[in-house]
Design a protein around this ligand. Sequence first.
Ligand SMILES: Cc1cc2nc3c(=O)[nH]c(=O)nc-3n(C[C@H](O)[C@H](O)[C@H](O)COP(=O)(O)OP(=O)(O)OC[C@H]3O[C@@H](n4cnc5c(N)ncnc54)[C@H](O)[C@@H]3O)c2cc1C
Length: 481
Amino acid sequence: MKNLDVVVVGGGPVGLWTACELRLGGLDVTVLERRTERVAQSRALTLHGRTIELFAMRGIAERFLAEGRPISNGHYAGLETRLDFSCFDTRFPFTLFLPQSRTEALIEDHARELGVDILRGHHVEYITGNTSDGYDLVARHAQGNSTFHARAVVGADARHSVVRQTAGISFDGHDATVSIMMGDVRIDGLEGPPVRMVTNEHGGVAIVPVAADGTVRVIMADPERMHVPVAQPLSLDELTTSTQRILGAGIRLSEPSWLTRFGDETRLAARYREGNLFIAGDAAHLHLPAGGQGMNVGLQDAMNLGWKLAAVLKSEAPDALLDSYEIERRPIGAQLARNTEAQGALMTRFDPAHLALRAEMSELLKMPEVNRRLAGVLSGFDLRYPAGGLFGNRMGSGERVPDHPVTLADGTSTTIHSLLADGRWLHLSSGNGTRITLPDWLSADSVRFVEASSGVPGADAPTALLARPDGYSAGHMTHAA
Ligand SMILES: Cc1cc2nc3c(=O)[nH]c(=O)nc-3n(C[C@H](O)[C@H](O)[C@H](O)COP(=O)(O)OP(=O)(O)OC[C@H]3O[C@@H](n4cnc5c(N)ncnc54)[C@H](O)[C@@H]3O)c2cc1C
């Protein structure tokens, strides 16, 4: 039997990123993935700017930027008015189109560089144990069964999560009520911008680029086909017929690399933790893929959980830190369910009342405040965790820390996110001896202390800043404070 600190069940993007963060935190971690090969289908195409910031905080954002295609705006419910991310203080005010298979491959490269053990072809069938004794996991593979022992288990094993079921966590919500067609295809007879969304009384269609070879994704909500079960295979003819009804008879679709349907099944786990069993990503939240959020939110779950679990298992933080994972992340899952349900209502009904509602919403979205609210939620840029608890009530606590440039005392130029690359806390001060009192449970050994000669950047002109390893503030001080 292999003894580990943590087993991550599921080697999709969320499991792999969780493992990276745990390894960066110094733990011995193994990923068990039932598939022998990575899923080749494009699936999640959209990486939001906040997720790219997470990669920047670990020094690997350039790898994604080098392969992806930046799209200067985003969408909410496919409304005609596009979401504008330029209002956020970020280096990445865009969405990056990159097939999920490539995102996973790049995360896996990072995981292997860090020393994460990834075992493919290992299907976890049983988990037994408890917090004090640890957990035994039995995985079936081509040669038989193997047992792994771990102090904690993270379930990034999506819809039918064995970890969630072992933990007895309910996954309430509803089954799919509509089915939407989707194909990665070549398209002829359509000129114009790379991203196209059209909605009329015949239905709604979105066309977005998938690959440099001209492959596009056609997403089609056809009221005449929305009753078809999600599991029923989709043919190119069926997708073509529906697309022509909306975009015109001159449209030709060919060379399908993936044809599928998806629905609006929506579920949220009642809890994210039971003892030292945790769930993240699709294991914790399922919803209509609208606005490009599921994987992004899952990666942000992973970023929140990783450093906390590492700190607690290394006895560097109290167990209560792990409760803050659910306190901080489950409301995001609830919000995700809410906004995708709302988008679903706008995207799958084509009667005059709903078309009028879309038109009104599209007008409202021209208002900067409305844009900021919706773009902030979908991208994660405006996410703010509640202050208090183990992190204290200091000014700015729970806010996202933007990636401002910093000149260090020795003259080196860097940025705040680069200073977080080792996965530790960051205490940045302006060199006048200002020191933020650390939370009483946090050892100075877990903190990187840095002095900036140029002052600490930030809207309130802070004199010192304390940032958590996941890039959220644990408070700042200003001259006035
Ligand atoms: C058409 C479509 C478009 C989408 N577009 C976007 C988008 O643009 N942006 C976005 O953010 N999201 C998007 N999503 C959602 C995104 O694909 C998912 O949210 C994402 O895959 C979740 O990642 P995960 O790691 O939690 O789960 P998964 O990617 O499903 O990975 C779970 C892994 O666990 C493994 N596993 C399961 N059970 C076991 C077991 N017992 N033992 C071992 N291994 C196990 C599985 O084999 C799988 O590899 C889209 C989804 C669809 C269907």
